[in-house]
Design a protein around this ligand. Structure first.
Ligand SMILES: *[C@@H]1O[C@H](CO)[C@@H](O)[C@H](O)[C@H]1NC(C)=O
Ligand SMILES: *[C@@H]1O[C@H](CO)[C@@H](O)[C@H](O)[C@H]1NC(C)=O
Ligand SMILES: *[C@@H]1O[C@H](CO)[C@@H](O)[C@H](O)[C@H]1NC(C)=O
Length: 540
């Protein structure tokens, strides 16, 4: 058992309000995936990674002029094509590069390509300036220049959310530079939340594309839109959403490979104690890094330097595939918790309420929980306190077995090989499974007690079964809220074949009959058509 994890097995003991293990877990489960990083826009992790040889990277441009140094590239041509500006007569240009050697990158999680305030840029800001700089949110040229300055000498070729490459001619091979058909630029409408006059990004200002010598024969100026709500009515824009959706869930964009042994998480309370209290009581969505203390920033730079310099590293790590283990846990419990919640809401029987067969609900739910816990249900763990039905300490061995199943042996066998980052991940898996198991084993044990007293039976019943259903339902909902797994946010009912489930993201918000988007709340997914007209179907 790792020293940081609590090794008591009390079924009544909830995690502390300032616990972060489940957030580290969710981060690792979400890296490089579009959906969770759209749901929780504010990134809280920086991870060194690589782009393997042979990977194609795309860049859209106004002119057939090779970008002079740093610039943005995308892993899908659909995304680059958004910046392939031009007019019908001249077309626009698409540069395709291939990584000739492994490119070293730093990955920021969250939706850090979105030019939004309120935390989306925090982790980049802290790396560049040591503090959050909302005044630079839209100043992409400054951001990429500063990041590349920092990365120079540390061997970093680029930065990923959308990929910023520091030198497009370094380590790459030019595959093609094609003159393509173009359509009119994006149509953007100004949203109510952004102050007028806020400078827009390279995305819409073609003059920002290549800060080299002045281009001869400039095109007539294109409209200079504000940060906006794109009215989706073109194939071009829709195809970006479509290609983004290919990376919605595990394993995400597999062309970028992260080295989790060198993960830096702002949820690491040893590295970043100044962030702990500000997060208490706030949902994942609202977590910020603004209040980071100078000492913590210093520790971040030190860890980054150690991570990027092989000579400085404590050790190479254990070789454990953390991403796979985290996936095992989300596989084991993701859909099952959702189904259990469905059962406890009485959905199998047509809803809770007067005249409902609560016996059936309790039995169904308990059978399902028992099935989930089968691998840990030790034979000797049986209700043992006939006098005290509420004393569930007999179930502790099951709780422990369930909680440590995925982590205990790693701790024992690889103890001395774990890097600090790996230890953080190990603890996060342990903390997360522990709370899942605590809630499940408690329900299981309560049901076992009821059964051992023959108290779950139709007819005369001294036990208030509706009350038990209410309690179990509340606990499962509470657990799911605590875990906040993104896979539970999806379109219900599921979309038709010609539609896809879409989670509104910057800057593709629909402004239609359903009213303006709410940029503050947790985005709510809905079905949109995959073919024209690209409207959001009106749901009844
Ligand atoms: C979290 O809260 C507990 C109890 O309130 C406190 O003892 C502990 O120091 C806090 N942890 C951190 C990292 O601040
Ligand atoms: C309620 O469900 C139980 C268990 O499935 C069943 O034995 C019982 O007959 C049901 N009671 C009624 C009134 O339908
Ligand atoms: C529950 O039972 C265990 C073992 O039988 C005992 O040690 C413990 O004190 C009991 N707890 C309570 C709250 O009575």
């Amino acid at each position: 058992m790792s020293p940081k994890s609590d090794s008591t097995w009390d079924l009544d003991q909830r995690p502390l309000a300032n616990a972060t293990g489940h957030f580290v877990f969710l981060s690792v489960a979400s890296f490089l995936q579009h959906w969770p990083n759209t749901l929780y826009r504010n990134g809280h992790n920086i991870v060194p990674g690589t782009i393997p040889r042979g990977t194609l990277l795309y860049h859209g441009a106004l002119m057939n002029k090779f970008p002079s140094h740093h610039d943005w590239v995308a892993t899908d041509p659909e995304h680059a094509n958004l910046f392939c500006f031009g007019n019908e007569e001249r077309g626009c240009w698409q540069l395709t590069l291939m990584a000739k050697r492994e490119l070293k990158v730093l990955y920021f999680d969250g939706n850090s390509a979105a030019k939004m305030k309120d935390g989306v840029m925090d982790s980049q800001d802290i790396l560049i300036w040591g503090e959050s700089r909302p005044d630079y949110v839209f100043d992409e040229p400054r951001r990429i220049t500063k990041l590349c300055e920092w990365g120079k000498g540390r061997g970093v070729d680029g930065f990923v959310s959308e990929i910023m490459l520091c030198d497009l001619s370094e380590g790459t091979h030019v595959v093609s530079f094609l003159n393509l058909h173009t359509k009119e630029p994006l149509i953007l409408a100004q949203p109510p939340t952004v102050a007028p006059g806020t400078p827009y990004s390279h995305h819409s200002a073609p003059t920002d594309l290549s800060p080299g010598p002045p281009q001869e024969d400039p095109l007539p100026p294109l409209p200079q839109p504000q940060l906006g709500v794109i009215l989706l009515n073109h194939h071009k824009e829709f195809r970006v959403l479509e290609s983004g959706s290919w990376h919605n869930h595990y394993p995400g964009d597999s062309r970028i490979q992260l080295d989790l042994t060198r993960l830096i998480s702002f949820y690491d309370t040893d590295l970043f104690p100044s962030l702990v209290s500000g997060r208490v009581g706030k949902p994942r969505r609202k977590h910020r890094l603004e209040e980071i203390a100078k000492d913590d920033v210093r520790r971040m730079y030190k860890r980054l330097d150690e991570g990027l310099d092989p000579g400085e590293r404590e050790n190479g790590g254990s070789g454990v595939d953390w991403k796979a283990i985290v996936k095992v846990v989300t596989n084991r419990y993701g859909q099952r918790l959702e189904l259990l919640q469905y059962v406890l809401k009485g959905n199998l029987e047509g809803g809770l309420g007067e005249g409902q067969n609560y016996t059936a609900i309790v039995l169904d739910a308990h059978d399902y929980v028992s099935a989930m816990l089968t691998p840990y249900a030790i034979h000797t763990a049986v209700p043992r306190h006939p006098q005290d039905k509420t004393n569930l300490s007999w179930a502790s061995p099951v709780f422990k077995e369930c909680s440590t199943a995925h982590t205990a042996s790693i701790e024992t066998v690889f103890h001395s090989q774990l890097t600090l980052s790996e230890r953080l991940i190990l603890d996060s898996i342990q903390d997360t499974t522990k709370e899942i198991c605590r809630v499940l084993v408690r329900i299981w044990a309560e049901g076992m007690v009821l059964k051992s007293h023959k108290l779950i039976s139709p007819g005369d019943n001294p036990i208030n079964l509706p009350e038990i259903v209410r309690r179990w339902k509340e606990r499962i909902l509470g657990l799911m809220e605590w875990l906040a797994w993104d896979t539970w946010t999806t379109c219900r009912p599921i979309c038709r074949f010609e539609e896809m489930c879409y989670l509104p993201t910057w800057p593709f918000f629909f402004q239609d009959s359903q009213g303006p988007p709410d940029l503050d709340d947790l985005p709510k997914p809905y079905c949109i058509r995959r073919l024209p007209p690209y409207t959001r179907p009106i749901t009844g």
